[in-house]
Design a protein around this ligand. Structure first.
Ligand SMILES: *[C@@H]1O[C@H](CO)[C@@H](O)[C@H](O)[C@H]1NC(C)=O
Length: 314
């Protein structure tokens, strides 16, 4: 085998869905709609919570942070994906690829911890209502939010600089929709064993541990729900729980399958589909699942709407 030197690769080519040329236009339309709905849904939440003084309590401030993270993930991934879909083969510079991987890991890692912190918050509010004000006071809340963001930044910094410190000697075609660790790692022409051990350990700490804690909180919450006296209240709480669990499982499940073994044997198309779950579906569904079903949020929205409608009368 001819060994190229490192400088032979100066940019990457993203193949996107080029093996399904007949689907490109439909996918472009679908992704564009998903992008616009994601931006709108999350923007509504950011505005309502920022303006609603009564919503400045941990539960809603977590949701505010989550919406910021979700908008950011979409903005890092979808516009670039739309370009890939409208081009035969898109070239992407090292710097852009680095930036995309970095910000996806930053916001994705932050989301992993934020969802965990939110489940803990709900667990404390529902299962330990009397000590909740002490358990989730302002200081604890700020620490959890800070921890989520700082961990996201650390994960992104370590992982992205490690991946890009490897030599790339060609080929330079990434069979994926955007730059993320597993498909880029395929192009490395060096021993990545140590990195794979790190990825395995890191994914357990960042993805598996928060996920297990979330499952545990929800098991406790389910027990609390079963003890509720009213049947309708029980049904409502149950459906809320079920929708949270579905979205959380989709997010952590696909992220886990992708990152636990970055050089796993899944086909490129399977990897593309799984990546759509945590980059497109989660940011799209989170506003619907966590906020727009919530009656307090709905009331705040109505209040804001009425105030806005009243404005021209003075
Ligand atoms: C997350 O929430 C905290 C606490 O309300 C807030 O200070 C911070 O600005 C939020 N971060 C983002 C990025 O929205």
């Amino acid at each position: 085998m001819k060994r190229h030197n490192q400088s032979s690769v100066v940019e990457f080519i993203l193949l996107g869905f080029s093996n399904f040329p007949e689907l490109q236009e439909q996918l472009f339309g679908v992704f564009l709609v998903i992008y616009l709905v994601t931006l709108m849904g999350n923007a509504i939440i950011i505005v309502i919570i920022s303006l609603g003084q009564s919503l400045h309590i941990p539960m809603y401030l977590f949701l505010l942070n989550l919406s910021v993270v979700d908008v950011s993930i979409s903005a890092v991934i979808i516009p670039e994906m739309l370009v890939v879909l409208s081009t035969e083969k898109m070239s992407i510079s090292f710097v852009s690829c680095f930036a995309q991987m970095y910000f996806l890991l930053l916001f994705g890692g932050t989301e992993c911890f934020l969802l965990g912190a939110m489940a803990y918050d709900r667990f404390a509010a529902i299962c330990l209502p009397l000590s909740y004000p002490v358990i989730m006071n302002k200081g604890v809340f700020m620490k959890l939010v800070m921890f989520s963001w700082v961990s996201g930044i650390m994960v992104a910094t370590v992982q992205t600089s490690w991946v890009f410190s490897f030599p790339f000697c060609g080929p330079n075609e990434i069979n994926h929709l955007f730059c993320e660790t597993p498909p880029v790692l395929e192009l490395v022409c060096a021993d990545t064993f140590l990195f794979e051990i790190y990825a395995f350990t890191g994914t357990i700490l960042i993805v598996m541990v928060p996920f297990l804690l979330i499952l545990l909180s929800y098991i406790w919450i389910l027990f609390a729900i079963l003890k509720m006296p009213s049947t309708t209240g029980r049904q409502k709480a149950f459906s809320t729980c079920a929708s949270h669990l579905t979205s959380v499982t989709l997010f952590y499940g696909t992220a886990n399958m992708t990152y636990l073994q970055p050089k796993s044997g899944y086909s490129p198309d399977t990897k593309k589909l799984m990546s759509l779950a945590y980059t497109l579906l989660t940011p799209l569904l989170n506003p619907l699942i966590y906020s727009l079903r919530n009656s307090v949020m709905k009331r705040a929205m109505m209040k804001l709407w009425r105030r806005k409608v009243d404005l021209p009368t003075f």
